[in-house]
Ligand binder design. Structure first.
Ligand code: ADE
Length: 225
């Protein structure tokens, strides 16, 4: 199985990046009236930016990339397309990362057309420049080689998905159907090159059991279903 280039991000790093992002916004001489977080990845950075920039107006739009029952929709879309009166306002649109840029493009277009603010600028902590269709107005790191940022707010979700990928691919390729906890943890560390810590592995295994993807055989053995 191909190893995935991952970076384990700490809460402290997030706070540091958002402090830097706020300094960049301030240094540009532009002051937003309102912050819009792209749900869900933009929530924490948006809230921190509100703190560092002393902005009290914070709202959110959620961008979905999947339709019902995992149908792929042709285009990312806004989940709850509500209306706000923002004429004359300056909006800072915030996400954690600008990867392909699709979420940001859809959110920006929606806000421009529906909420009609005077101006929208975009801020993200990371910008993956080789793949992104847009460049944020403010960013901290330009990332030149694609990498998965394992942010603390998706730690369990990512751990569940990563473990599911390991056990299903290993079953397909090697026919391996039974795992003990340490096997799972070692494979995780090997494939993803990060260690999310004992609590997350235990919670992820419990979630996979709940979802019927793993079955507990005994105290420390699990069967892939
Ligand atoms: N969401 C979209 N792209 C991502 C990436 N490269 N790392 C973390 N979260 C993401």
């Amino acid at each position: 199985m191909a190893k995935v280039n991952c970076k384990l991000v700490s809460w402290d790093e997030v706070v540091g990046w958002c402090r830097e992002l706020a300094l960049k916004v301030k240094a540009s001489g532009w002051r937003p009236d309102l912050v819009v977080a792209i749900a869900r990845g933009g929530y924490v950075p948006a809230r921190l930016l509100c703190d560092f920039l002393d902005i009290h107006d914070l709202v959110s739009v959620q961008v979905l990339h999947w339709g019902r029952a995992a149908e792929i929709t042709a285009k990312a879309h806004i989940k709850h397309p509500y209306t706000l009166e923002l004429s004359g306002k300056r909006v800072l649109l915030v996400d954690d990362i600008c990867d392909t840029g699709d979420s940001i493009i859809v959110a920006k277009e929606f806000i421009m057309n529906r909420w009609k603010p005077a101006e929208i600028r975009v801020a993200t902590m990371q910008w993956i420049s080789p793949v992104a269709k847009i460049k944020p107005d403010y960013y901290v790191d330009e990332v030149k080689e694609w990498i998965w940022y394992q942010y603390p707010w998706t730690r369990l979700e990512d751990t569940v998905n990563f473990i599911e990928k390991i056990i299903t691919e290993t079953k397909e390729k090697e026919g391996k159907c039974e795992w003990c906890k340490d096997d799972i943890i070692n494979a995780f560390k090997e494939y993803y090159g990060i260690d999310v810590g004992e609590h997350y592995y235990v919670l992820a295994i419990e979630k996979l059991i709940e979802e019927g993807k793993l079955e507990r055989v005994n105290e420390d053995r699990y069967r892939v279903r």
